[in-house]
Design a protein around this ligand. Structure first.
Ligand SMILES: Cc1cc2nc3c(=O)[nH]c(=O)nc-3n(C[C@H](O)[C@H](O)[C@H](O)COP(=O)(O)OP(=O)(O)OC[C@H]3O[C@@H](n4cnc5c(N)ncnc54)[C@H](O)[C@@H]3O)c2cc1C
Length: 415
């Protein structure tokens, strides 16, 4: 299938996660049916990953964290094609898919996220667990149901970033999910009467756990970890998982009856093969999400070099910018949003209890706050419900904007 050249411009979106879905909606708002949009994904469903800890540690049905990509595209009058990208030809402006199809484009948005490289950890297949997708999260829930207690070890694998653009350098892709794991597990094990015989230890390859936030959040997080009796080991990289222990790169070992890992985040090889990645395969863009070498290629989300740490919050922001840029170039009357990165993560800690982290510290900003209690819990719950129910729309931004203003004012007042 190639593009008939006399037709309306074709925008191809690769990937139907947070970034791809958001871009599709923004293109619709800006240009409606004046363009031809095709969204391609090798999955049938879009996955709301921040809800996966609830699947893994609270038995939430998997169907609550995903929705049909066909339905999402249909609701906007655009096309969904279920197929896996095999090759990108940026010079010929064509994409090759595993179903034998070949699509050309006028504009391309790459939003394919990252590969979670579980097999990089020997022993993971047999003894390791994770929460990062809709295969591993239910598998962990099955394991937990039969867990009789014992030491729990959890942490993230290291992250390697390229050097083509200026972005924060971090040792891990994102430790927010580890925060969710430890607090939810603490609650689950207490409820089962297993917590006494199940010490929880977090390891991090960095000098400090949650390396992407500032002193205020660290102070609050440390108090929470103390309150929940969670131990932290810094500068540790896991090298092997065994049945009853883990081995670290420095040779140290630690007893573990349950090992839960955030695996290595690896760029998709077809990006590197097409010459579109930096040294590590992440896509170098400017802050308007345009590829540094190909003006008609944009990228958003985890696949980009700019997304550090790898957060849905950043993926959505970048996708809005990329879609507005494309729409503007195709004649739409749009205002291009500014890239204002922030860490925003909500960690549930049991029924009606959650901790929200909101920090711009990593990006040179002044906000570095936690908010604790039922409000963040309700924010997360309502976001997840709204997002799935509306097939991937973001809730109205008023609440987030008010929160940002409130935190900004508090930061100003404290100077
Ligand atoms: C457990 C967990 C908790 C998290 N919690 C938070 C949180 O609280 N706050 C936050 O901001 N972020 C959070 N995140 C991070 C967030 O989920 C990601 O940053 C976000 O999903 C990235 O969006 P994306 O669209 O770039 O990529 P993805 O959501 O990964 O979507 C990429 C899409 O591309 C498709 N794709 C991949 N390869 C191909 C191919 N070859 N051909 C076709 N399609 C392909 C995939 O099937 C997928 O649908 C969490 C992540 C995890 C794992």
């Amino acid at each position: 299938m190639t593009t008939p050249r006399n037709h309306s411009p074709r925008v191809l979106i690769l990937g139907g996660g947070f970034a791809g879905i958001t871009a599709m909606q923004n293109l619709k708002s800006a240009l409606g049916d004046k363009i031809n949009v095709i969204i391609c994904d090798n999955r049938q469903t879009s996955l709301n990953k921040p809800r996966l800890p609830e699947v893994a540690m609270d038995g939430e049905p998997v169907k609550h964290v995903r929705f049909s990509l066909q339905a999402a595209a249909d609701s906007l009058g655009y096309t969904f094609m279920r197929a896996k990208v095999e090759k990108i030809d940026p010079t010929g402006k064509q994409i090759y898919f595993d179903n034998g199809k070949l699509l050309s484009y006028d504009y391309l948005l790459i939003a394919v996220g990252v590969n979670k490289n579980y097999s990089a950890i020997p022993g993971f297949e047999e003894y390791g667990y994770s929460v990062c997708d809709d295969v591993h999260a239910p598998r962990l829930w099955e394991r937990l149901k039969n867990f009789e207690g014992g030491p729990v070890v959890t942490g993230a694998m290291p992250y390697r970033s390229g050097t083509r653009i200026k972005a924060p350098k971090l040792m891990t892709p994102c430790e927010g999910p580890i925060g969710e794991i430890i607090f939810m597990l603490d609650y689950y094990l207490k409820n089962k009467g297993l917590r006494q015989k199940s010490p929880i230890t977090v390891f991090t390859p960095a000098d400090i756990f949650f390396e992407d936030v500032g002193a205020n959040v660290h102070k609050d997080a440390e108090a929470l970890m103390k309150q929940h009796d969670i131990h932290v080991m810094t500068n540790k990289i896991i090298s092997r998982i065994e049945k009853d222990h883990v081995v670290f790169k420095d040779g140290a070992t630690m007893e573990s009856a349950l090992t839960i890992i955030i695996p290595e985040y690896k760029a998709h090889s077809f990006i590197q093969d097409a010459g579109l990645g930096d040294e590590e395969g992440f896509i170098p863009t400017d802050k308007q999400m345009r590829h540094l070498d190909y003006p008609e290629i944009f990228a958003a989300g985890d696949a980009t070099a700019l997304s550090v740490p790898k957060l849905g919050h950043l993926a959505v922001m970048q996708a809005e910018i990329a879609a507005c840029m494309i729409a503007g170039e195709l004649g739409g009357d749009v205002e291009i949003p500014k890239y204002k990165p922030a860490i925003l993560c909500i960690m549930n800690r049991g029924p009606l209890e959650a901790t929200m982290i909101y920090s711009t510290y990593l990006f040179g900003g002044k906000i570095d706050k936690t908010l604790d209690g039922p409000i963040p819990f309700l924010m997360k719950w309502s976001f997840d419900f709204y997002y799935n129910y509306t097939l991937g729309h973001m809730p109205p931004k008023m609440g987030e904007k008010l929160l940002e203003k409130h935190f900004e004012k508090q930061a100003e007042d404290s100077i």
